[in-house]
Design a protein around this ligand. Structure first.
Ligand code: NAD
Ligand code: TDX
Length: 337
């Protein structure tokens, strides 16, 4: 049995990846290490918690006593665990440095001792390139992260690379664009906007709404990671971009249409500090290996909007009763007015 360790597997992408891996690889056992921060939810794993090939471990990647033996037992590690929300990193960056940089360090140290490790996938992000006014980022481009989240991810990205270059740990680094799909925490633009609209609450659009993000369906991301686990080259970086560059204002209009709501529910608010104008990835390197996004954006967006509309059980307790969520939103709106 192949042993896969997923970190952060109770979060948005991690839980989708755990589900994907259990389905795609009947001979894999998935150990899932997650601290269950505000963003990590057991509900995200409701349909796989009882799967005998899935073991959930409630723990912190910064805790070497817990994380170390799990890494040492693994054939594959896919390391998603991180603090991930840019706006939170602007308010307070300490947890980002702790988890994203130091947590990655703890896992990489353990990886040096791991006898059977074939692959350590460091999940990085397109944000490490910084804002890209024109053209598309290739893997060899300079890293110019512009917010504390992106900088902490860039630190971890290069730390992982150094463990390959120095210690021969079988590291692959992936840099994906903005993911969308089910189980995304409703602080991120898409689930926030869809669920606000269901309650006729205005959607807070930052600045002039002209910022561009490249949308990647979470399952296309999972398929890209899976391909790299099998066929990637250690020490290499791979961009994973959806190829769907959309201005936030246009995304908002699409979501309004799918929600049968009018533009009066758009509320322009103060811009995010240091707001990156545009991300754009060239995925030519991964495409040359046979990967291509399979989910057309229009279809994926409609399905995703419908998922939030049909799964109030999942998001309503977070939005209405989670004290961490309420405190975060109060802090955001207090600032943006
Ligand atoms: P998320 O915030 O939904 O989930 C993060 C998960 O990590 C949660 O389950 C949380 O409990 C867990 N976690 C946090 N700190 C931990 C710790 N110290 N120990 C163990 N677990 C911990 O994030 P996501 O959107 O699913 O992102 C997953 C990864 O993908 C991150 O590394 C992120 O930087 C990267 N990424 C995300 C996107 C995106 O669009 N969401 C795009 C590119 C890259
Ligand atoms: O209320 C909002 N209004 C708004 O206009 C929110 C939450 C966001 N925005 C804008 C800011 C961004 O231009 O929408 C865009 C997307 O914002 P987020 O959903 O916060 O994502 P982003 O900042 O682009 O970062 C995401 O993609 C890269 C993930 O959160 C990161 O973890 C990933 O690395």
């Amino acid at each position: 049995m192949i042993k896969l360790l997923v970190t952060g597997g109770a979060g948005f992408i991690g839980s989708n990846f755990v589900r994907y891996a259990l389905h795609a690889h009947p001979d894999w056992h998935v150990t899932n290490l997650d601290k269950l921060t505000y963003a990590g939810r057991r509900e995200n794993l409701h349909d796989v918690m009882d799967n005998p090939r899935h073991t959930f471990v409630h723990g912190d990647i910064c805790d070497a006593a817990v994380a170390g033996p799990l890494v040492e037992a693994a054939h594959y590690v896919v390391h998603f665990a991180a603090e991930t929300h840019v706006d939170r990193s602007i308010m307070a960056a300490g947890d980002f440095i702790k988890t994203d940089v130091e947590g990655s360090f703890v896992l990489l140290e353990a990886a040096r001792r791991s006898p059977n490790l074939k692959r350590f996938v460091q999940i990085s992000t397109d944000e490490v390139y910084g804002s890209v006014p024109e053209g598309s980022s290739v893997e060899t481009d300079e890293l110019k992260p512009r917010n504390p989240y992106a900088a902490s991810k860039a630190g971890a990205d290069r730390l992982a690379y150094s463990y390959w270059a120095t210690h021969d740990v079988p590291v692959i680094v992936t840099r994906a664009s903005n993911n969308y799909g089910p189980y995304q925490f409703p602080e991120k633009i898409l689930p926030l906007f869809v669920t606000n609209l269901m309650d006729n609450i205005p959607v807070p659009l930052y600045g002039d709404g002209g910022n561009i993000r490249d949308w990647l369906h979470v399952l296309d991301h999972c398929r890209g990671i899976d391909l790299l686990l099998h066929s990637g080259v250690n020490g290499e970086v791979y961009n994973i971009g959806g190829g769907n560059e959309v201005k936030n204002i246009d995304l908002t209009h699409r979501v309004l249409k799918l929600s049968n709501k009018g533009t009066e529910l758009i509320k322009p608010v103060q811009d995010r500090k240091g707001h990156d104008r545009r991300y754009s990835l060239s995925s030519a390197k991964l495409k040359a290996m046979g990967w291509a996004p399979q989910v057309p954006f229009e279809q994926g967006l409609a399905e995703t909007v419908a998922w939030y509309q049909q799964n109030e059980w999942w998001w309503r307790p977070i939005k209405e009763r989670d004290p961490n969520y309420r405190a975060y939103m109060d802090a955001q709106y207090g600032k943006r007015g």
